[in-house]
Design a protein around this ligand. Structure first.
Ligand SMILES: CC(C)(COP(=O)(O)OP(=O)(O)OC[C@H]1O[C@@H](n2cnc3c(N)ncnc32)[C@H](O)[C@@H]1OP(=O)(O)O)[C@@H](O)C(=O)NCCC(=O)NCCS
Length: 160
């Protein structure tokens, strides 16, 4: 317990707590919280694919923090050093965008890139992402604070 004052208490608990679930049935409360509170069964928050080339694993691409009601997800991608700059990044990014919009019926995809990451910026530009914001000095890399750029792509903007 971290507060016990004037009859008000803050008591740490594990989820789900039946007393809390009762309050959460009120839609005016629920609509202001993370949509995950509305799921009646667990839904995957992340879907990841291993990328193979000639039966060797060369990277991974994921849909992350998937919000099933808001129809959105983040994308993360990496390709091993010796397989970079051969078009695999672009090809897999296009494939996961198609999968997200057409198979999973997502509507919005998001990506976050460290300012100066030229290949990533190129990939996002080529697939039609729009830069939506800059988080100043939000990433600490090798003793330096770098800006993080936020990108978004809506299904209606994607032309394939
Ligand atoms: C970003 C990454 C996934 C790109 O994958 P890739 O397979 O190398 O990319 P592609 O070969 O499909 O290249 C995409 C474009 O970027 C360009 N590119 C590749 N490396 C580049 C570099 N070092 N500098 C500038 N442009 C570069 C390519 O020329 C290509 O553009 P083009 O088609 O006009 O020639 C890969 O570099 C990587 O895994 N980096 C480390 C992890 C990372 O940064 N992940 C992204 C976080 S959002």
């Amino acid at each position: 317990m971290i507060i016990a004052k004037n009859g008000l208490k803050l008591i740490r608990h594990e989820e789900p707590d039946p007393n809390i679930s009762e309050i959460l049935h009120d839609p005016t409360i629920l609509e202001n919280l993370s949509e995950a509170r509305s799921y009646t069964a667990p839904m995957p928050a992340n879907i990841c694919f291993r990328i193979e080339k000639d039966n060797k694993v060369i990277g991974q691409i994921c849909l992350k923090s998937i919000k099933w009601i808001n129809h959105k997800a983040g994308i993360s991608l990496f390709i091993s050093k010796k397989h970079q700059a051969q078009g695999h990044g672009l090809q897999t990014l296009r494939a996961i965008i198609e999968y997200a919009f057409k198979r999973l019926n997502l509507y919005r995809l998001e990506a976050e890139v460290i300012d100066g990451n030229a290949p990533s910026l190129k990939l996002l530009e080529k697939t039609g992402f729009t830069e939506e914001g800059r988080l100043r000095e939000a990433k600490y890399v090798n003793g330096e604070y770098k800006d993080l750029l936020r990108f978004g792509l809506l299904r209606k903007e994607y032309s394939g």
